[in-house]
Design a protein around this ligand. Structure first.
Ligand code: G16
Length: 553
């Protein structure tokens, strides 16, 4: 048994953060997410408190520092959320999501009891030894107005169970993941870097300079920061990067208003651009200008431009994946190590059919499809030597296996060309944030590859032509009845819904569609693609109608 005063402290600390009786909290695609309109009785404060407790247990169990990020990323400004970061900077191990969900749904007066139960029965065999182990947590938040209040709830929990913690204040989600990995790999052969924000900028800037290697970036890139935390952080990074005149990069930061809370993700940002398939309405970009958009916590990025006819063209996560994979495959070939490395791409059902076909038939690289959520893609990518994973929405990164890193670091070049390729690969290992998808790092990587290839966005787009597609958000009474299988490409329930979706898909050339419950919003998402824009839109609205019908039965 745990000491009574500890259990009392847990219960007492939770008193100001009662559970909302009518709510069922669930650890979704990216942690807990919900509205945060009325701060004092929102219910998320209760969840945050319980996440503090889970973090303590996780840290004790792994004997390492874990991270907590308070963000609702791409969701509207009034939402907020929280997710846990495991010691290597990756997402919380999935089996622990269940424990987090149990604790989140436990009323305050039972939390001490439930905490002890988890510690005792489920998680840890030698309770006395592990109870003594210090728990260490680092946390940060995005720019949402509800953040500071939620931090008080978190600190109350961490104090109740004697956690040693560091509050990193405002950070992008990937920066926090980076810090966690740096702390836990310090003084090891896998040292990831200095566990500070400055260390993050220095590592990235150094790698960027190396991989640029006399290449020139054509013209400025305009970065829409979704009026989120990416704005101030990108401006900070710019101070470390060489300017265009110095052979570096000219970054124009727009939508960086973090003072007006309601501006976050409003008519701007990666989710807006991807979903609406248009530039933010306030964009001043001219035809051909290279633009990209980050999301609210800077872990997603998509590129776009308009042509001379003012037609909008999106280069989404699928494109970043193929661009990166082609570059890395070329470099390994020049370096003479390609035969020893297995390169693969990981996508979700949202990947455009044309992108998947291009990877398999033209690039001749294997593709793995997983359910939505970085946690799924990340693990699948780790099975390759160089695993490039991206969701179409712009969330992703590249993972280099231990074998790949060793080979790249230790290979002796036999020509200047091989030396250049090996130096570039070595720098890419540092430029790319392997802990998690990182919009800022991904953007620099894309810029570097475009510079190496001397490509405009139009050259990039011409590698293959996307099938016209449409995303629709359908609000239903209870989204949990929509259960998807086969990497979310088919609905297992409600019975009959998939047959109707199939029937509609067959009506169109290259028709493909699916419906799945969102794990971050109270809605069902529908994706449809087809040979023509009109057909893709028709198919999307027909499938949305199927969802509405079954959702109201
Ligand atoms: C989160 C996840 C992503 C996922 C997105 C949408 O993104 O990290 O992996 O694609 O939500 O998920 P869903 O369709 O289940 O709502 P973010 O940028 O909000 O953290």
């Amino acid at each position: 048994h745990l000491p009574k005063d500890l259990l009392d402290r847990i219960t007492k600390g939770a008193e100001p953060y009662p559970i909302l009786a009518e709510r069922k909290y669930e650890y979704g695609t990216a942690g807990f997410r919900m509205k945060a309109v009325e701060f004092s009785n929102v219910g998320l404060d209760h969840v945050i408190y319980t996440v503090g407790l889970i973090a303590a247990l996780r840290s004790k169990k792994r004997n390492a520092t874990v991270g907590i990020m308070i963000t609702a990323s791409h969701n509207p400004a009034e939402d907020n959320g929280v997710k846990l970061v495991d010691p290597m900077g990756d997402m919380l191990e999935q089996s622990w999501e269940t424990y987090a969900t149990v604790l989140a749904n436990t009323p305050s007066d039972k939390l001490g009891f439930e905490y002890e139960k988890l510690l005792n029965e489920t998680l840890i065999s030698n309770i006395s030894q592990l109870h003594e182990r210090p728990a260490k947590v680092v946390f940060a938040r995005d720019t949402r107005a509800s953040g500071p209040y939620l931090v008080t709830a978190l600190k109350a929990a961490l104090d109740a169970v004697n956690v040693e913690y560091t509050d990193h204040g405002l950070m992008t989600t990937p920066q926090l993941h980076y810090i966690v990995r740096c702390i836990n790999t310090m003084n090891s052969p896998y040292a990831f870097g200095e566990p500070t924000e400055q260390g993050y900028y220095e590592k990235m800037a150094k790698a960027f300079k190396t991989v640029m290697h006399g290449r020139t970036i054509q013209g400025p890139v305009t970065v829409d920061c979704a009026n989120g935390v990416g704005g101030p952080k990108l401006k900070e990074l710019i101070k470390y990067l060489p300017s265009a005149k110095e052979g570096g990069i000219d970054i124009k930061v727009v939508n960086d208003d973090v003072v007006k809370p309601e501006a976050l993700n409003f008519e701007c940002g990666a989710d807006y651009v991807k979903t609406k398939q248009r530039a933010p309405p306030n964009s001043n970009a001219q035809p051909g200008d290279r633009c990209c958009s980050l999301d609210g916590d800077a872990d997603r990025v998509v590129y776009y431009y308009t042509d001379e006819q003012k037609t909008f063209h999106l280069l989404d996560g699928d494109r970043i994946a193929t661009l990166g994979a082609v570059f890395l495959a070329d470099m390994t070939r020049v370096a003479g190590i390609d035969q020893k490395l297995k390169i693969g791409i990981v996508q979700t059902a949202y990947a455009n059919g044309a992108a998947t076909e291009y990877v398999e038939k033209v690039l001749k690289l294997p593709v793995t499809i997983t359910p939505t959520g970085v946690k799924h893609l990340h693990h699948a990518a780790a099975r390759y030597d160089i695993g490039v994973y991206f969701e179409a929405n712009g969330h992703g990164t590249v993972l280099f296996s231990e074998n790949a890193i060793k080979l790249i670091r230790e290979s002796e070049p036999k020509s200047p060309g091989q030396k250049h390729a090996l130096d570039s690969l070595r720098a890419c290992i540092d430029l790319i944030n392997q802990a998690v998808g990182d919009a800022i790092s991904d953007m620099l990587f894309a810029e570097v590859v475009l510079a190496h290839k001397s490509w405009t966005l139009e050259n990039w787009r011409n590698t293959y032509i996307d099938l016209p597609n449409r995303l629709v958000r359908v609000v239903v009474n209870d989204r949990s009845i929509f259960k998807a299988v086969d990497a979310e490409r088919r609905l297992e329930s409600p019975k009959g819904a998939q047959d109707e979706i199939d029937k509609y898909c067959q009506m169109y050339i290259k028709g493909r569609a699916f419906a799945r419950a969102s794990g971050t919003e109270d809605a069902v998402r529908v994706y449809a693609e087809a040979h023509s824009k009109t057909e893709a839109e028709k198919l999307a609205s027909q499938v949305a109608e199927v969802v509405r019908k079954y959702g109201s039965m």
